[in-house]
Design a protein around this ligand. Sequence first.
Ligand code: ZN
Length: 368
Amino acid sequence: MPTRRDILRLLPTAAFLATASASAPVQAAISSILSRLKNFKAPPENGLVFFVGHRSIGADQTDMVQYVLEPPEPVPTFIYRCDSQFYTEPLEAMLEQKEKYGLIVLDRSEATIGLLNGKRIIPIKNMQSLVPSKHGRGGQSARRFERLIEIAAHEYYKKVAEVAAEAFLSQKDLKGILVGGPGPTKDYFVKSDYLHYELQKKVIDTFDTGYTDEYGLRELVEKSREALKDLDLMREKDIMQRLFEEIRKPDGGLAVYGEEQVKNALIIGAVDTLIVSEDVRRVKLGLTCPSCGAKKEALARDSAEEIKCDKCGTTMKVDTVDDLVGELHKLAEANNTKVEFVSGESEEGGLLMKAFGGIAGILRFRVN
Ligand SMILES: [Zn+2]
């Protein structure tokens, strides 16, 4: 599976020749793809993505580059593009960490359980209840009938909670549960603790929806959008507050900041939480001069930045791209460090970028 870094490797190719259709470079690219395809006996499960093009290496010279990737998810669209840059956005979106929420919409007659994965709503199960309507019965047996209704309703709520447990408990990193529906049933369901205690803790709020079917799931996501955004900002503020508290301590507390310091602390497993601003886009480039052969490494905003040879002034060719954030992320993963991305939409988040270069951490133990 390609990592974010693999995909970012595709980006050094900003200086592509724009190729008019059926021009020689396009034909060369297509035959290169065809010959490469012969190596595959059968297409991989999620298909293949080819990035082929000509890169300018200065002095009117070009160089063909080719990258073949197996996407982490099937690519549901057909795209044919001739452009001066590789179009990697759909792949990058696949690699983004997707936030997962459990969805429940219900009233007394119907319930639907679903999952929100990133922007995708996945319906899991729709249930009709057997609870009879309260109306249409009178006379002597009215009280007894009422009692039967309540028993049926109780069984139905239990069933909904069971299905929710089956669907949500196995989801790693479920961020929360949203509950919707028309009328008071949803609130009764939440307040009466029908849900598994692990899930009960995760209920974010209830929201009014008109429907309790798949369409209701969509309504629920729509209605909760603002609440979720606020929640994200709140989390961001909390994590930054924690960092500032540590920094304020006379001995520097358990805070660490600055690229080099954070990286060193990560390597020895001392970082509990890595905090990275979403605005950090830094890469380390490995470069070769196409005219004199000199080599060097340089930090850049991104891989498209032009860097000149120190010896002869020619624009250097990018050989390797090290994605700083990707590298930190990998180190964090290897050391069981939590990673929090901070958007910069809050004042605290903005400070992370301005005051600490966008990279900080909260330590498990102090390091020197
Ligand atoms: Zn040179």
